[in-house]
Ligand binder design. Structure first.
Ligand SMILES: Nc1ncnc2c1ncn2[C@@H]1O[C@H](COP(=O)(O)OP(=O)(O)OP(=O)(O)O)[C@@H](O)[C@H]1O
Ligand SMILES: [Mg+2]
Length: 299
């Protein structure tokens, strides 16, 4: 596999703050790489360093196997990005904004503009001034701008910002289709594990500027499984029975009334038969998953 992005010892300090510390990322061709971390973890700072919007304090970045300082223009012609707010002219339409970008990029057919506008679902409003757009529409335009030159590698910093559930789903579909059909590699930052769970195949988790974990999505999910989630009736009796078992480390009731049982997730059948034999009705029994927040607290 070819690494399309590699960072080595990448670090950024702002005064005494170590915003990013000794980061070694590896993204391979065809990956959808979920770059996860809570607010302030250093995701945007990392992307800005990779895109040379800010200068690293230390370390190196290579894209398509080349140091970004070597062939910056060549590399950037095959990279698309939306980091923080999209940059556009508010007094022009989406179509005009993309036309300016197309002329600046060079070599793209005009039809590509309609193509990307349709891709992000902006075709109905494409001739309206961008200044009149809602936040979600601006975000869609930003994504269209990132995708315009058919990049091989795309950086999207929190692409769901401002999007409604339908928009989030739509953009997720766009990312997945481009990845499958054209082999486009994506690096997508998020502070929510479940947000990248469906699309990403590889994940890097950043905590206070350090990469604490980099693994396949499957590997990450395996680590976040912790026990069982059980909805049963009567719940109190179920909790009591479970607590009495030597293989149960603890039982907590969620706000929804479901029980979170801290035990080996393989104890599936054992839990089920215990409850059934004691006259408890089980309506749901699934592996319990820790959220990213809980996962962070435990590492
Ligand atoms: N220009 C700057 N000057 C000083 N500190 C900065 C600057 N840019 C970022 N930081 C600090 O660096 C740390 C990392 O910020 P960054 O924006 O990279 O986090 P993030 O992971 O993108 O967070 P979020 O999920 O909130 O977008 C934060 O503590 C932030 O305050
Ligand atoms: Mg950020």
């Amino acid at each position: 596999m070819v690494a399309v992005l590699r960072t080595e010892g990448l670090s950024k300090r702002f005064g005494s703050l170590h915003a990013v510390e000794d980061l070694n990322l590896q993204v391979e061709e065809g990956d959808i790489y979920g770059f996860l971390g809570l607010n302030g973890a250093g995701k945007t700072t990392t992307m800005r360093m990779i895109l040379r919007l800010i200068r690293p304090t230390a370390g190196r970045v290579s894209v398509f196997g080349k140091d970004i300082r070597e062939d910056w223009i060549g590399i950037m012609s095959r990279v698309g990005s939306l980091v923080e707010l999209p940059a556009y002219y508010p007094w022009l339409s989406a179509r005009k904004n993309l036309e300016i970008l197309r002329l600046a990029t060079g070599g793209l057919p005009r039809a590509r503009i309609d193509e990307v506008l349709a891709l992000v679902g902006l075709e109905r409003r494409m001739d309206d001034r961008v200044g009149t757009y809602s936040q979600g529409m601006r975000q869609r335009l930003g994504i269209a701008m990132a995708l315009l030159p058919r990049p091989r590698l795309v950086f999207l910093d929190e692409p769901s910002n401002g999007l409604d559930p339908h928009g989030i789903n739509h953009i997720r579909g766009v990312i997945r289709d481009l990845n499958r059909q054209e082999g486009t590699t994506f690096v997508i930052s998020s502070h929510l594990l479940h947000e990248v769970e469906i699309t990403a195949n590889r994940v890097g988790i950043l905590k206070e500027g350090r990469l604490i974990l980099q693994d396949t999505m499957q590997g990450i999910l395996a680590r976040t499984v912790s026990g069982l989630r059980i909805t049963a009736e009567p719940a109190g009796r179920a909790a009591e029975l479970l607590r009495a078992q030597p293989w149960v480390r603890g039982v907590k009731a969620e706000e929804t009334g479901a029980l979170r049982v801290d035990c080996d997730p393989d104890a599936f059948a054992r839990a089920n038969s215990l409850l059934l034999q004691n006259g408890v009705t089980v309506s749901e029994l699934t592996p319990a998953r820790r959220t990213l927040e809980e996962f962070f607290l435990s590492t």
